[in-house]
Design a protein around this ligand. Sequence first.
Ligand code: SAH
Ligand code: SF4
Ligand code: F3S
Length: 434
Amino acid sequence: MKFYIRTFGCQMNVNDSEKMAGILKTLGYELAQDWTEADVILVNTCSVREKPDQKVLSALGEFKKIKKQNPNAIIGVCGCLAQRAGYEILQKAPFIDMVFGTTNIHHLPKLLQEAKEGNKAVEILEEIDSSEFELDQYPTVRENKYTAFVTVIRGCDKKCTYCIVPTTRGKERSRRIGDILREIQFLVEDGVKEIHLIGQNVTAYGKDLGDVKFYELLYAVADIKGVERIRFTTGHPRDLDEETIKAMADIPQVCEALHLPIQAGSDKILQAMDRGYTQKEYLHKIELLKKYIPDIALSTDIIVGFPGETYEDYLETIKVLKEVEYDQVFAFKYSPRPGTPAADMPMAETPETLSKWLNDLINMQKDITFKKNLAYENKVVEVLVEEQKEDGQYVGRTRTNKLVHFYGRDNLLGEIVDVKIEKVNRFSLEGVLN
Ligand code: SAH
Ligand code: SF4
Ligand code: F3S
């Protein structure tokens, strides 16, 4: 019996899919190379904007064909769109056998059994089930052998007015530190070198537990022998305190890279979004980061065209991008999400104007990204080697999360090596083993 998982969305979904693969392996299933040979297909969905919603429906249209060649095949839909609109999807795509939400992934064995018996297995929990920690008993099945996501906190207590995530992921629940450290110990023993702590809002880690703070978690992870690199995503600017920034600078394994979403540069828009900071406060955090970690690579998320955003507001975002000089920016046009407060707010501009603003912003950032990459020319950087192509070329990442292609000697996979950068591209660096 084989399974196939198609994952949409963010790092949380990627890690959830790795867990589901672990559950299915525990149940005796093997990973299929392709969906056409699968007995179980899972679609792990995202609902953060309208586009991902549509992608899910077209993927389902494709997977439906499996039933012709394998009438017993089971198609399941899970993740954020399932949590938000599982019953609607079931109506639109009645051939689906299984629908479950984001907080009951650990019930997959039971749901699969129901579906195999020919029943529609539907379970979308409104309340978070405290049995969620049962997920910890399953391993993760990862594509990348040397770097691993570790979920440290689930859910989000913020109420950004555009965002569906608090609805789809529920309130903040930190995992117990002992469980996290045990998982990391296991990963390191399995050959993992880089630990990527993840959550919708990692910097809020421990608030609900009361006895441990995020920066203490960083120190505890660094104490595990074999952890060579630590990253974390996503930090909310409001919860990023000086203690955390100091710990980042102090702990050798914490990489000089941070994704710190600003969303918009205008104070009026930030307030309408309920982000809980002003442009000045955000820039102060950036200043602190650059002070303690001078060579830090920063990235951010931007929403263009939040309701009420005028050209003057948009120019404030551009101003911030020019001032901070991010290494990478993920920018999207605002997309109204059902049931969120912003969904009812009027737009100030036409969709065409907003598309132009978004395009201009992306083009401007391309030049900044290239300029940041140029600083690597002729430099020697530390690379964790993650992959080898057929022609022998290695692919890895710097501590600042830059993709590096290089040639070297045999057996470098999983090693941390020095690479001299000889060529700089827009999205990657090329070099030779130093
Ligand atoms: N917890 C993270 C973000 C999670 S959602 C944070 O607070 O930064 C990932 C990104 O999707 C967000 O940073 C935002 O830029 C984008 N996003 C969320 N809702 C959106 C919407 N309604 N329209 C457009 N982009 C949105
Ligand atoms: Fe959404 Fe805001 Fe929570 Fe991020 S912090 S997940 S943008 S509500
Ligand atoms: Fe999408 Fe859910 Fe992540 S909406 S961005 S998959 S938390």
